[in-house]
Design a protein around this ligand. Structure first.
Ligand code: CU
Length: 343
């Protein structure tokens, strides 16, 4: 970098001496013309580049929003892009065209135009109104997404940890049992710190890696973290919410299509994904989970196949040496013992 700087400096110095030798005035006019032309070329090439990038990457975005709130977020995004896009085109074309058209010339004298109140008011008030409307819609949707979920909503608790997602379903009673962080004990079948004395905990279902949801039924997520700040990122539903230790956050949405319907549209490899959208440590990338959206009947069958964590914990406690019982997650036989709690 230093060498490059020295070279550029020397070239600039040399061209300065050349300019003096050839006559300042002539060189100035020449570089004026060149710069004006380059600015115009930059405008044209830049606009072609913008068009080309959009054309090339057209099919590579996420596809249709798969939730009701996602649709609104998309429409807000498109409106914002349209408004800022029009302003971008007008201002950039004027900026570069004017610097070409009104380049310095001997015979031309600049028009002195220091101030105009009417202009100032126009370009202050119009952006202020447009931005207020955009922010207003944004706030309105934000309060809906984070506000009270409909009464028929199903609830799933999502807990982020280094480096995985844990899901808890309230079971038949529809109530998530109480928990306390000091009760967290992965080795003894209590990865979420559920308080076993609370009867509401006795039918709660625990899974990792895969979350199930019902199509066209509002889904409320209660979001937690066990160590550092994570973030529930649901790109296909256009939803996103921080998972903060000690501060439960919520959001709700209604999935519009089942996983099967999405596979028909976007190919057999399609999966709804849950990702961590907050840099949370060296294993951050591996916090990829799958959300299966299915019919109510399919969901019921899946949920019925799961055993409450409570039963596992009680069975293990009843054995002679609880420490010898391997701690296993309820699905896929994934061992949780290797992931000790940090912080
Ligand atoms: Cu994370």
């Amino acid at each position: 970098m230093l060498l490059g700087f020295v070279i550029v400096f020397q070239i600039a110095k040399a061209s300065e001496y050349v300019a003096i030798l050839r006559g300042e005035e002539k060189t100035r006019n020449e570089s004026n013309r060149i710069n004006a032309f380059l600015l115009l070329a930059f405008l044209i090439l830049g606009l072609i580049g913008v068009w080309y990038c959009n054309e090339r990457l057209k099919g590579k975005i996420l596809g249709e929003a798969a939730s009701d709130h996602g649709e609104r977020i998309d429409s807000m995004l498109y409106i914002t892009i349209a408004v800022t896009g029009v302003v971008f085109l007008i201002t950039q074309i004027l900026l570069f065209w004017f610097s070409y058209k009104y380049q310095a010339r001997e015979e031309r004298k600049a028009y002195f135009f220091p101030h105009d109140n009417r202009l100032e008011i126009i370009w202050t008030v119009i952006p202020a109104i447009v931005l207020t409307v955009l922010v207003g819609f944004g706030l309105y949707y934000w309060f809906q997404i984070t506000g009270e979920a409909p009464r028929n909503a199903m609830v799933v608790e999502v807990t982020g940890k280094q480096f995985n997602w844990e899901f808890r379903y309230p079971g038949k009673d529809g109530v998530l049992g109480k928990k306390y962080f000091k009760k967290v004990d992965e080795a003894n079948n209590n990865p979420l710190g559920q308080i076993w004395e609370d009867p509401a905990n006795h039918d709660d279902i625990y899974t990792t890696l895969e979350m199930h949801a019902v199509v066209n039924k509002p889904l409320k997520l209660v979001i937690n973290a066990k160590d550092v700040i994570h973030d529930v990122g649901l790109a296909h539903f256009r939803m996103k919410m921080d998972a903060v230790p000690g501060i439960p956050t919520t959001m709700w949405f209604t999935p519009k299509f089942t996983t099967r319907q999405m596979r028909e549209k976007y190919g057999p490899d399609f999966n709804y994904e849950i990702s961590c959208d907050q840099m949370c440590g060296k294993g951050h990338f591996s916090m990829r989970g799958v959300i299966v959206v299915e019919s109510q009947a399919e969901y019921n069958v899946w949920l019925a196949s799961k055993k409450p964590k409570y039963l596992e914990a009680m069975a293990a406690q009843g054995s002679i040496t609880p420490a010898a019982v391997p701690a296993k997650d309820s699905i896929g036989g994934v061992s949780a013992t290797g992931t000790s709690m940090r912080n």
